[in-house]
Design a protein around this ligand. Structure first.
Ligand code: TXA
Ligand code: MG
Length: 342
């Protein structure tokens, strides 16, 4: 397995290696602005299957196809609905995945048997260069073992996939820290399937009309997006997500910790909450006014709880406005969709 640094991405040898590996059906781990991805040639079913094996991912959960340039869009999608244009113009390249009708170039292994495909043009220059060097569309799910938090640091992908892929690019810490927003544009009214850094409000403002929010779909409802039905981001410990006034949430955590072994308790919270909570393992997500900062630390915090073998993880619920919707979507999944109201 080869490991390269992101700063070397423009060296001919690195580009050549990427090209060779992807053309021969190999797997490449690379950074994007959202989370790390584990990628393969999206037009090669055998290569695609390897991704599912490496991640332990259910085969009906479709993969996002990544392009470096918008000009290649019509090779992978049948048609571009009118309302997709303003979104593509405003948010591509960037953390927005749009679901279109797929062409035959994209095999059913990628789409999980659906007729549609999610397309994303990452803004991360290393990711763009990986796709360009490969010379084919790259399908890439988040680079984490299925069900575990997505990877926001190189160490995470290294520990999940060391020796299981052919090449890795170390891009340090990612800038956003939450996976892309997924929006289905195949219907007359677009449907939000996964919240992300491009928020519902941003999309509605750009379109000038309302969209359907399918992200609150309960686990047992028929999922619009196959990814919705799987329990994601779950650390091994039990996650309590607590909603209420700040003082009440803090009291709840302090009261509950009392009966537990202090070495088995972890608190993940915005800075404002932590000063009043006395425990051994605390992860400061950053100030609550800075949700961008909070977003970059969520998956990192969840993974660290596993590293420490924490059994009881307490997390205050955050406001759901703007980027808060995407953050709470991930936290809810980590907490098995349960919220404790105090
Ligand atoms: O930010 C991201 O999107 C990252 C980076 C690597 O680009 N990728 C990522 O991929 O998060 P993944 O596979 O972990 O999540 C893809 C999500 C899943 O929930 C999947 O069900 C949904 O997108 N999805 C993909 N194609 C779809 C389709 N055709 N229709 C509905 N949902 C789709
Ligand atoms: Mg994922």
């Amino acid at each position: 397995m080869k490991i390269y640094l992101d700063k070397d991405i423009n060296k001919p040898k690195v580009k050549e290696d990427i090209h060779k590996i992807v053309s021969s059906g190999g797997l490449v781990v690379f950074p994007t602005e959202t989370v790390y991805g584990i990628g393969a040639d999206a037009t090669n079913p055998n290569a695609v299957k390897k991704i599912f094996v490496a991640k332990g991912r259910p085969s009906d959960n479709p993969l996002i196809v990544h392009l470096a340039d918008q000009k290649d869009l019509l090779t992978v999608v049948k048609e571009i609905p009118k309302h997709a244009y303003p979104l593509m113009e405003k948010y591509w390249p960037g953390p927005l995945t749009l679901v279109f009708q797929k062409t035959d170039l994209i095999p059913k292994e990628v789409s999980g048997g659906l007729d549609t495909v999610g397309i994303r043009i990452p803004s991360n220059l290393v990711a763009q260069e990986v796709i360009r060097s490969a010379g084919v569309p790259i399908c890439a799910p988040s680079a984490n073992v299925s069900g575990k938090p997505s990877s926001t640091l190189f160490e995470h992908v290294k520990s999940d996939f060391d020796g299981k892929v052919d090449l890795m690019i170390d891009g340090g810490k990612v800038t956003i820290g939450l996976e892309s927003t997924v929006l289905d544009v195949t219907t007359p009214i677009p449907v939000l399937l996964r919240p992300g850094a491009i928020t519902k409000e941003m999309i509605e403002n750009t379109l000038g009309v309302g969209i359907i929010d399918a992200t609150e779909t309960k686990i047992n409802d028929i999922p619009r997006s196959p990814g919705m039905k799987y329990a994601h981001y779950a650390p091994t410990g039990n996650v309590s997500l607590i909603e209420g006034r700040k003082e009440d949430v803090i009291s709840y955590i302090i009261e509950n910790m009392k009966s537990k072994d202090i070495k088995e308790v972890g608190v993940i919270a915005p800075s404002e909450y932590l000063t009043d909570i006395d425990c051994m393992y605390k992860v400061d997500l950053g100030p609550i006014e800075d949700l961008n900062e909070v977003a970059t630390n969520i998956f990192l915090a969840l993974r660290q709880m596993d590293t420490l073998n924490i059994k009881y993880i307490y997390i205050p619920a955050l406001p759901k406005e703007g980027l808060g919707q995407a953050i709470m979507n991930r936290l809810l999944k980590a907490a098995g969709n349960q919220v404790i109201h105090v």
